[in-house]
Design a binder for this molecule. Structure first.
Ligand SMILES: Nc1ncnc2c1ncn2[C@@H]1O[C@H](COP(=O)(O)OP(=O)(O)OP(=O)(O)O)[C@@H](O)[C@H]1O
Ligand SMILES: [Mg+2]
Length: 354
């Protein structure tokens, strides 16, 4: 059986990490050898998965046989990437270089690219039936898909402009000349070794280009075969992010949209307070409160219906749990209430699907 891949993306705070873990637990309970790669899980969830610190190597989850988990370590991923693609001496120089560190910290797609590299490694290890990939929140869901291309572009030459910004004089001139003697001359004119340092750095970085370019293509291929799960709520900001998957990605990626933290539809029928012993003030406040929730549920219902109808999707929902789902059992319980989602994205063992 080949490795099935679920990439879980979406806007910040919608429940990507929680649902990644829950899908991992559910798949493991169905007998799939499963690896969940998490990004920055909340403390209690990390504890439940036995994740003590950043570590790209999946370790078995004691509380759930069949499941292993890793916690994305961006710095280690970048270091591994440099060692993979550069001569040892160049690798050392790059890793010591403040510009390179700035790149890893400040390039917006850096985290997403690192996550993509790890994803590719877990897939290519052939140890898993299923790899679930939680993605970094920065920039929203789509960034995970565009990061390999951005990375290639960055190392391919746009870096200079990005690094120098507006504060270094002569930027336009610098941008046009790439030969070192010219840069050295520019340093003399500008009175500092900065440009030459940057030039050395850029040459080192360029030596990574072929390797990274190939790697980025491999990541893109894996992404092309993965099932994308876009997590959202019925709120405008995450929905806008989810919409981008349909409106900005060419050749329509097969995308599953999941509405997380959903209120029960039954809340549209106002619960009766008849026979409940409440003082008049509490009764009035409770009635208002129930009416408010009922209208919220109706509004969310309309928003969801409109969204799925527009893109021809199946409506998939995960309920709003009253206790934050931070143990293996609570995670499994959560998805027991979302059977359509599980049926859609987790292949049965020994089936060809996915
Ligand atoms: N279905 C749910 N019911 C109740 N609470 C939930 C549910 N899903 C997620 N949560 C809670 O919402 C919070 C955010 O969830 P989570 O960390 O999984 O989101 P995220 O999308 O990974 O966030 P980030 O973008 O910061 O990585 C957590 O406290 C989590 O326990
Ligand atoms: Mg998260």
């Amino acid at each position: 059986m080949s490795t099935q891949v679920l990439v879980v993306t979406g806007a910040g705070g919608v429940g990507k990490t929680t649902l990644s873990a829950a899908l991992g637990v559910t798949a493991a309970r169905r007998g799939l050898r499963t690896c969940v790669m998490t990004v920055d899980p909340a403390r209690r969830l990390a504890d439940a998965l036995g994740l003590e610190s950043l570590d790209n190597h999946p370790e078995p989850v004691a509380a759930q046989p069949g499941l292993a988990a890793a916690m994305l370590d961006v710095t280690a991923s970048w270091e591994a990437m440099v060692h993979r693609h550069a001569e040892p001496e160049i690798a050392r120089r790059l890793l010591d270089d403040p510009f390179f560190r700035a790149l890893a910290d400040r390039f917006p797609a850096a985290q997403a690219y690192a996550a993509g590299e790890q994803m590719a490694e877990h897939i290519e290890s052939h140890r898993w039936d299923l790899v679930v990939v939680d993605t970094p929140p920065a920039g929203g869901g789509l960034d995970f898909y565009t990061a390999p291309g951005r990375m290639r572009e960055l190392i391919g030459g746009r870096l200079l402009r990005w690094l120098t910004g507006a504060s270094i004089p002569g930027r336009r001139a610098l941008y046009k000349v790439t030969a070192r003697p010219a840069l050295r001359l520019a340093d003399v004119v500008l009175g500092g070794p900065l440009l030459e340092e940057i030039a050395d750095f850029l040459m080192d970085l360029r030596s990574l280009y072929d390797g990274i370019s190939r790697r980025a293509s491999a990541i893109e291929n894996h992404l092309g075969e993965a099932t994308s799960i876009v997590v959202t709520t019925a709120n405008p900001t995450p929905l806008r992010e989810a919409r981008r998957f349909f409106e900005e990605l060419e050749n329509g990626r097969p995308t599953t949209v999941v509405f997380n933290k959903q209120l029960p539809e039954t809340w549209t029928d106002r619960a009766s307070l008849r026979g409940v012993d409440l003082d008049p003030d509490t009764r009035a406040a409770t009635r208002d409160n129930l009416a408010r929730w009922a209208s919220e549920v109706r509004l969310q219902h309309e928003i969801k219906q409109e969204f799925v109808a527009r893109y021809g999707l199946q409506l998939l929902e995960v309920p709003w749990a009253d206790t934050a789902p931070t143990s293996v059992d609570l995670l499994a319980d959560l998805l027991e209430q979302a059977p359509d989602l599980v049926a859609k994205v987790i292949a049965e063992p020994n089936s060809d699907h996915g």
